[in-house]
Ligand binder design. Sequence first.
Ligand code: FPP
Length: 261
Amino acid sequence: MAARSRTSRERSEPAPGPGGPQAPLHVAIVMDGNGRWAQKRGLPRTLGHRAGVEALKRTVAAAPGLGVRWLTVFGFSTENWSRPAAEVSELMALPKRYFDADLKRLEREGVRVRALGRRQGLAPDVVALLDEAERRTAGNDRFFLQVAFNYGGQADIADAARRLAEAAAEGRLDPASIDEKVFAGGLSTAGLPPADLIVRPSGEQRLSNFLLWEAAYAELVFQDVLWPDYDEASLAAAIAAFRARDRRFGGAVSDDVLVAG
Ligand code: FPP
């Protein structure tokens, strides 16, 4: 019998190629559910956020072994400033909690850290901490960890548009040359590969202003686990869901044939 490739409906295991068995290179996570995790235990939300830092450590440790090379996590959104002052102040203390515990290890293990979002608006000590994490890991290239902190997808797009407009007004940029590639170069995510997989634990099913531009062809996976309970098995399950998807990037699958469209 002549060999033939499987149609997408016949696949129990995804075939190689687009949508094939490879792991997502760039995974982005909305670390959600800290408050509910704490509430369920009768604890203050603060302790949920602290447990969230432990989940971040576990996830960063597990990601390279699962084939991930870029991991981007949502640590604080431009909208999170509207939370009660005491909670904002706890959230602002999380980078210190994380990097005090783990920066040496990240440095040693070849992880390059990059902070995404607006430095403006953050306290000088938080900016100094993010700068230090970037500086100390700048020579690393085994794994890339992006921490989105004071980040909003819309704010990032608006900031990029303003920078391009300023460059055009000063004659440094020809407006006619602005295309998707040039525009992406103005975002705080410039140089990163597009997100392959965006994961949101906690049962919520929305992006909440995370990576709006970069999510164009990302697969979205929503999981019921609350972020502080997230672990290697949770990430492996999200990746398995990704691997079962057919990624077509705007092309069309006509029976067995991938047609660019
Ligand atoms: C959302 O949960 C979570 C956050 C706003 C903070 C997440 C940040 C971390 C886990 C660590 C950050 C670490 C670094 C290095 C920046 P929520 O409070 O909205 O939970 P809820 O929806 O259950 O109330």
